[in-house]
Design a protein around this ligand. Structure first.
Ligand code: F6P
Length: 337
């Protein structure tokens, strides 16, 4: 049985360990906590006695043979940093069979047995193709601020992003309150309303627009009238709403109801900054879980945390569907906005 001792006192049965060479990448939109993930996966792999590489700029690094050896020192002083020190990209080349063939050839040339990829649905779609076409062992971990992936309660980066957005909206509330103004604040999420819903409830917004529910602007207008004139009114608008983005919805409010709305688009500010403790712990746990999955021969799966357990979800499920918004939060928003 393997026991955990303080480092330097590790008693490891080396005969039971099989030697491996793995590569870790971060891919798609960056998310706070990706550095903590790389650190954890790297250190867990070193603990197994494996060789570890990082691929620079996600799949682009695999295609361009841009690898960097990783050791404890390379992952030191990273855990508190936002972004990803390996870099990331949304690789178009990898979505062509020739791009994946180049990537596979580079992995074979370097004797790399397995790929650990931290990213979102696009990353997992690519990983699944690499496995299917070239037989490479692939394990994914959810790294995106959107929290739109099935197979996990939360994605790495989400907690930091919602806290960043909430802090910004609290500031907007101060000025909105002072002037009695209406603000619509647009938050990220692409096609998923998780960020908007959580931040809207957490900030006491009067209106939350998300793609998963029908947005009724006449009802928003009625709500404003119930509050009365010159009263603070905050709307949180998630990307992907069927009425359009915050600027478009504000224009409709002006045109249809003559209501002046100030618009703030939070944008990429939500993707930066030092990860929260919750994100660092999640990333650390999933980094270790990804290595355990590789060690146990799992492939074509994403590791995720559900409740207090680690679960494996087939990659195809992660990009086949989007996680619905938690029913509990929708009910809260209904009662509290
Ligand atoms: O998927 C993460 C995300 O930040 C989405 O919320 C957003 O729609 C998108 O990425 C923005 O992508 P980019 O940084 O490539 O413009």
């Amino acid at each position: 049985m393997r026991k955990l001792f303080r480092r330097g006192h590790l008693q490891t049965n080396t005969a039971a360990m099989s030697s491996k060479r793995i590569v870790i990448i971060t891919s798609g939109g960056d998310a706070p906590g990706m550095n903590a993930f790389i650190r954890a996966a790297c250190r867990a792999a070193l603990h197994e006695g494996w060789d570890v590489y990082g691929g620079r700029r996600g799949y682009e690094g695999l295609i361009n043979d841009d690898f960097v050896p990783l050791d404890r020192a390379a992952t030191a002083n990273r855990i508190a940093r936002g972004g990803t020190f390996l870099g990331t990209a949304r690789s178009m080349e990898f979505f062509k069979p020739e791009g994946r063939a180049k990537a596979a050839a580079n992995l074979h040339k370097r004797g790399i047995d397995a790929l650990i990829a931290c990213g979102g649905d696009g990353t997992f779609r690519g990983a699944e193709l690499l496995q299917a076409e070239h037989g490479i062992q692939v394990v994914g971990a959810p790294g995106t601020i959107d929290n739109d992936l099935v197979g996990c309660d939360y994605t790495i980066g989400y907690d930091t992003a919602v806290n960043t957005a909430a802090e910004a909206i609290d500031r907007i509330r101060d000025t909105a309150e002072s002037h009695g103004r209406t603000f619509f604040v647009e938050v990220m999420g692409r096609h998923a309303g998780s960020i908007a819903m959580d931040v809207g409830v957490a900030c006491g917004a009067e209106f939350i627009a998300v793609p998963e529910t029908v947005t009724n602007l006449a009802e928003v207008c009625a709500h404003m009238h119930r509050k009365g004139p010159q009263k603070r009114f905050i709307g949180v608008i998630g990307e992907g709403d069927e009425e359009g983005d915050a600027t478009m919805i504000a224009a409709k409010m002006k045109e249809t109801y003559g209501i002046e709305v100030k618009v703030t688009i939070l944008g990429h500010i939500q993707r930066g900054g030092s990860p929260t403790v919750r994100d660092r712990i999640l990333a650390s746990r999933l980094g270790v879980a990804a290595v355990e999955a590789v060690r146990n021969g799992a492939s074509n799966i994403m590791v995720g945390e559900v409740g207090s357990s680690i679960v494996h979800t087939p990659l195809a499920e992660t990009f086949g569907t989007h996680k619905p918004i938690r029913p509990g939060i929708l009910q809260l928003a209904e009662i509290l906005t």
